[in-house]
Design a protein around this ligand. Structure first.
Ligand code: ADP
Length: 382
């Protein structure tokens, strides 16, 4: 059987599997003389067992095709089905010089096939090629693993930072907003009677509101990006949607925007995380009202199609240019057009909506025409 594992040994490891000990010994001597570290096994079964312990230091398996019990092809198939062993290259060794037999070797996952009797120089050259390839592949895998790990760490640092900064900003901002409330109660007459004081007061108010929105969206983004699973509940769709729309009555009334609900012909249940999914609809509805001119209309429509439930928010707003459409779901992207000049958002609402929709295995689409309006549609799989 093979010698023991030493991970600090930099020699390439070869496992020789041959039911004839004399063959295995010959290969052992020849390969050891070329600087390889050789392990031996005399059957497919014992080789697989040995590999479970030494897989990390084996760079190639030199495998006899004809062996009693488990033959070389069977052993190779078993290796390729084992996550721990499947990447180790297998080179078949056989006295049979037949194309069909060789083809079988490649079909079960072998990388090479050499016929006995072989020339030592040829055997060693071929082994070196496969060992080098395997080592390069391992290096690339290790680099990739390091990169993924680095990215994961950086992402955690970013998330923690965002969370801490946003949380820390929240309290002083609340203090500013409540301070403004106090000023309004106590000094409103004086502020109102002075144009400069009034515009300064309004500027502080609108900036504080904007900042509150940004902090809210950033915290939401961190939360949603870190969410792996949702607590879904079967939810009746029509009352659920009605409630979401009614929450915007006040905002719409302020702009004299008509809200319309077009439900499906009959109610049914959808598996959603109700509070999370509400954020999707809230983002779409608030955008629709925000970007639509007074006296316009915003409609919430739900229909059951073959591929799932389509929930759309339609507006009679300014529409979005074709060039902007592909970027709408990118972080911090905001349309820069005359119609959008007064917007105060963060450019994160649609990103959050998309992430939450995707957590529900759904998708989000947009159709828009300049001057006519936009329709954002969320499709939840049936
Ligand atoms: P924001 O917080 O800026 O609204 P969103 O991610 O929700 O961020 O939207 C991104 C941009 O897409 C907005 O800044 C706006 O320019 C545009 N947009 C979103 N919804 C609409 C809509 N219904 N009509 C016109 N433009 C829209």
């Amino acid at each position: 059987m093979g010698s023991e594992v030493n991970k600090s040994d930099s020699r390439a490891g070869i496992l020789v599997v041959d039911d004839q000990p004399s063959n295995a010994d010959l290969l052992n001597i020849a390969l050891a003389a070329e600087g390889f570290k050789v392990f031996k096994a005399y059957s497919g079964e014992s080789a697989l067992k040995l590999l479970q312990d030494i897989a990390a230091v084996v760079d190639l398996v030199l495998l006899d095709v004809n062996m009693p019990g488990m033959d070389g092809y069977q052993m190779c198939s078993r290796m390729k089905a084992d996550d721990k062993l499947k990447e180790i290259p297998v080179m078949f060794v056989s006295a049979i010089d037949d194309v069909t037999v060789k083809m079988n070797g490649f079909q079960v996952g072998g990388v090479d096939y050499i016929t006995k009797p072989f020339h030592r120089i040829e055997l060693v050259a071929r082994i070196r090629t496969h060992v080098d390839l395997r080592r390069k592949q391992r290096e690339i895998e290790a680099l990739h693993r390091n990169e993924v790990e680095h990215y994961r760490r950086m992402n955690t640092v970013k998330d923690n930072m965002l969370q801490v900064v946003s949380h820390d900003l929240k309290n002083p901002l609340s203090a500013i907003i409540s301070g403004l409330g106090i000023l309004k109660l106590t000094l409103w007459n004086a502020i109102q009677s002075d144009d400069k004081a009034l515009s300064g007061f309004q500027l502080i108010g609108s900036s504080a509101d904007k900042m509150r929105g940004m902090i809210h969206d950033l915290l939401d983004l961190v939360l949603v990006e870190g969410t792996l699973t949702l607590n879904r509940e079967l939810t009746w769709l029509i009352p659920y949607l009605e409630k979401r729309l009614n929450d915007f009555n006040h905002m719409a009334a302020e702009k004299q925007i008509t809200l319309k609900f077009t439900p499906p012909p009959y109610d049914f249940q959808v598996a959603i995380a109700p509070d999370r999914f509400a954020q999707v609809l809230e983002n779409l509805l608030s955008n629709a009202i925000k970007y639509t001119d007074p006296q316009g209309m915003v409609e919430l429509v739900a229909v059951l199609e073959r591929d799932g439930v389509h929930i759309s928010v339609r507006d009679t707003g300014p529409g979005i240019a074709e060039d902007d459409l592909p970027h709408l779901f990118e972080k911090f992207y905001r349309v820069r057009s005359v119609a959008h000049r007064d917007q105060t958002g963060t450019g994160l609402g649609l990103v959050i909506a998309k992430l939450i929709t995707e957590l529900h295995q759904g998708r989000i689409e947009v159709q828009s025409q300049i001057g006519k309006g936009s329709t954002f549609t969320v499709v939840l799989p049936a």
